[in-house]
Design a protein around this ligand. Structure first.
Ligand code: B4P
Length: 192
C-alpha cells in the first residue's frame, strides 16, 4: 500500500496534480476540499456550517475533517493506497491521520510539497474564480486570508513530517506536465 500526501498552499496545484497522480498510480483520491464542497452542494447541516467558514478563508474544525477522512478510509477497504489532497492541514490532523493509518497497519510513505510564490497563488485563484463558481476564489481578501491561514496553521504540517524524513519539496511553477514529471520521479522511488 502506498499512501502519499500532496501538500502546498491554496492554489499550488494540489487538485490539478492529484488527478494525474491517481490516474498514473491507481491511488484512491481523498480531497477534504472536494468532500466539503459535496456537503455544500447537498446543503447538509455540515455543508451549511462549512460554507460560512470557507467563505471567510478559514479552516473548518479539525474534528469535522478528521471524521470525514475516517469515514472515507472505512469506505475503501481494498484501496491500493491513498492520495491525500488538502489533508492534513494542521498538526492535530496529522497526528489523527497517523493513528487512523496505524489501525490499518500502514503509514504515510511520502509528503510531496509544492512550492509556489504568493503572487502566483493569488493570480491562479483569481483566474479560477472567473469560472469555478467557488465563492472562496472570487475575492482577493479571502484568497489572502487563506494564504495567511496556511502560514499560521498548515505550514507546520511539513515540519511534522520532516521529523520522519518524509518530505520532498517540488517546484510548483512551470507547466502542469513538468511538475507532474518531478512528482512522479519521487513516487517512482517507492514500489506499489
Ligand atoms: P481546497 O479544496 O483544498 O482548495 P485549494 O487549496 O484552494 O486548491 P488546490 O491547491 O487544490 O487548487 P489547485 O492548486 O489545483 O480547500 C478549500 C477550502 O476548504 C480551504 O480554504 C478550507 O476552508 C477548507 N478545507 C479543505 N480541507 C481542509 C482541512 N483539511 N482542514 C480544514 N479546512 C479544510 O488549483 C488552483 C488553480 O491553479 C487552478 O485554476 C489550476 O488550473 C491552476 N493551476 C494548477 N497548476 C498550474 C500550473 N502549473 N500553472 C498555472 N496554473 C496552474
Amino acid at each position: 500500500m502506498l499512501n502519499i500526501i500532496l501538500f502546498g498552499p491554496p492554489g499550488s496545484g494540489k487538485g490539478t496534480q492529484s488527478e494525474k497522480l491517481i490516474a498514473q498510480y491507481g491511488l484512491k483520491h481523498l480531497s477534504t476540499g472536494d468532500l466539503l464542497r459535496s456537503e455544500i452542494a447537498a446543503q447538509t447541516p455540515l455543508g451549511i456550517e462549512a460554507k460560512a467558514i470557507m467563505d471567510k478563508g478559514h479552516l473548518v474544525p479539525d474534528e469535522v475533517v478528521i471524521g470525514m477522512i475516517s469515514s472515507a478510509l472505512e469506505a475503501n477497504p481494498t484501496a491500493n493506497g491513498f492520495l491525500f489532497d488538502g489533508f492534513p492541514r494542521t498538526e492535530a490532523q496529522s497526528i489523527a491521520l497517523d493513528g487512523l493509518l496505524e489501525l490499518k497497519n500502514t503509514e504515510i510513505a511520502l509528503v510531496l510539497s509544492l512550492e509556489v510564490s504568493e503572487e502566483e497563488l493569488v493570480k491562479r485563484l483569481l483566474q479560477r474564480g472567473l469560472t469555478s463558481g467557488r465563492s472562496d476564489d472570487t475575492n482577493e481578501n479571502v484568497i489572502r486570508a487563506r494564504i495567511v491561514e496556511y502560514h499560521k496553521k498548515t505550514s507546520v504540517v511539513a515540519d511534522y513530517y520532516k521529523k520522519f524524513d518524509k518530505v520532498k519539496n517540488i517546484k510548483g511553477e512551470g507547466t502542469v506536465d513538468e511538475i507532474f514529471n518531478a512528482l512522479s520521479e519521487e513516487v517512482n522511488k517507492f514500489s506499489l
